[in-house]
Design a protein around this ligand. Structure first.
Ligand code: FAD
Ligand code: PHB
Length: 392
């Protein structure tokens, strides 16, 4: 078995792993990324689209802000539509902050390119990744690549391998506490190369269910409709999707829409999940490996970025000052922000979706909450403060 040594072994080349790798590289800390898929596969997963300012700042710090600065869209507001009545939440006026519309795919591509350019090691198609000795001081990772078994010795392991990864599963079950809420619906998402008929995102609550009008650029839209959990994409022709989307978003927007063939279509189930703590010995979990939020609040990717920031600070303090204080505080610090986002995403999801078994009382309370939001600048401020992202 051939062996290599690094300071930090990063499992997963999603946004969390790549961002951590780039921040560490710029700080002179050596890291190797092990990813089970090909770069093309990683880039084909269409996911997030909204970045908080804190995430944008971190991307700048990682040295990958150039294309984002040139191509991303800045939004000073977001709309909520209830039964075709639209209300703009003026993020910038209410709290002086904006959000950035830039696809997760583009952010991932920028990070992959930067990593390639600086010559740092990433191993794609690393199979059978296994973690060893995480409760001691010399952990290691074994994997198979090109049919050859390899070992990576390291000081620390960063588990950035998403919700189905090997990292969280490597922690003895009795050492983790999990919290979960499964929602009785999913999101069917379509990507299409047509100009958006909306200037800012529209979150839609309608009697037919939730919908979201989003975008990636001035020529590309990303739209979602709430669908039953057992639906399959094959049941949703483009025509059926656009018809349903238009009914939910309402005639005012629908008449202005250009529709086009989907270039991607997928269904994502909605759930909230947190595993605590985010550390076991020398293994630190970050991003979706530790927690999942429903996409309604646009928080998943942004939480992955804030976890990475806290972990990066901890690792830096260890290597520069030889102190493990910040690493010891990592889990508590990260979880504080995670739970704020879990609460906000749960609230947005509950407020805007149609729940199959909702009783009349719950429906009226939900309607009252929406009424309150539309009528109260204070309630809008609370939404705005959470939507743009709580401070790191
Ligand atoms: P991932 O992106 O899942 O990356 C993990 C990587 O690890 C993957 O490349 C995987 O192949 C690899 N891996 C897995 N197992 C192994 C293994 N055993 N060995 C090696 N590698 C492994 N978030 C937002 O902030 N804003 C949004 O607008 C938003 N919209 C979303 C819309 C949808 C429809 C969905 C599904 C999600 C959305 N999210 C959003 C959430 C966001 O996409 C995720 O939170 C984000 O991808 C998390 O990044 P990550 O790096 O932690 O995990
Ligand atoms: C997206 O554009 O994919 C997107 C935007 C906002 C969300 C979720 C997804 O809340």
């Amino acid at each position: 078995m051939s062996g290599v040594r690094t300071q930090v072994a990063i499992i997963g080349a999603g946004p969390a792993g790549l961002l951590l790798g780039q921040l560490l590289h710029r700080a002179g800390v050596d890291a190797v990324i092990l990813e089970q898929r090909t770069p093309e596969y990683v880039l084909s997963r269409i996911r997030a689209g909204v970045l908080e300012q804190g995430t944008v700042n971190l991307l700048e710090q990682a040295g990958v802000g150039k294309r984002l600065r040139a191509e991303a869209l800045t939004h000073g507001g977001v709309e909520i539509a209830v039964n075709h009545r639209r209300r703009r939440i003026a993020l910038q006026d209410l709290i002086g902050k904006t959000v950035t519309v830039y696809g997760q795919t583009e952010m991932t591509r920028d990070l992959m390119d930067a990593r390639k350019e600086c010559g740092a090691t990433s191993v794609y198609e690393a199979e059978s990744v296994q973690l060893h000795g995480i409760d001691g001081t010399s952990p290691s990772v074994t994997y198979t690549h090109d049919g050859e078994q390899r070992r990576l010795e390291c000081d620390f392991i960063a588990g950035c391998d998403g919700c189905h990864g090997v990292s969280r599963r490597s922690i003895p079950q009795e050492k983790l506490t999990s919290y979960e809420r499964v929602y009785p619906f999913g999101w069917l998402g379509v990507l299409a190369d047509v100009p958006p008929a909306w200037d800012e995102l529209i979150y839609v609550s309608s009697e037919r269910g939730f919908a979201l009008a989003s975008m990636r650029s001035a020529t590309r839209v990303r739209c979602y409709v709430q669908c039953p959990l057992d639906d399959h994409v094959e049941q949703w022709s483009d025509e059926r999707f656009w018809d349903e989307f238009k009914l939910r978003v309402g005639p005012e927007v629908a008449v202005r829409m250009t529709i086009g063939p989907s270039i991607e279509k997928s269904i994502a189930p909605l759930r909230s999940f947190v595993a605590e703590p985010l550390r076991f010995g020398r293994l630190y979990l970050a991003g979706d490996a530790a927690h999942i939020v429903p996409p309604t609040g646009a928080k998943g990717l942004n939480l992955a970025a804030s976890d990475v920031f806290y972990l990066y600070e901890g690792l830096l303090e260890f290597y520069v000052e030889r102190s493990s204080r910040a690493l010891d505080e990592y889990s508590t610090r990260a979880l504080h922000r995670v739970w704020q986002a879990v609460r906000f995403s749960w609230w947005m999801t509950t407020l805007l979706h149609h729940f199959p078994n909702e009783d009349a009382f719950a429906a009226r309370v939900r309607a009252a909450e929406l009424d309150y939001l539309f009528g109260s600048p204070l309630a809008q401020r609370v939404l705005a403060e959470n939507y743009v992202g709580l401070p790191l």
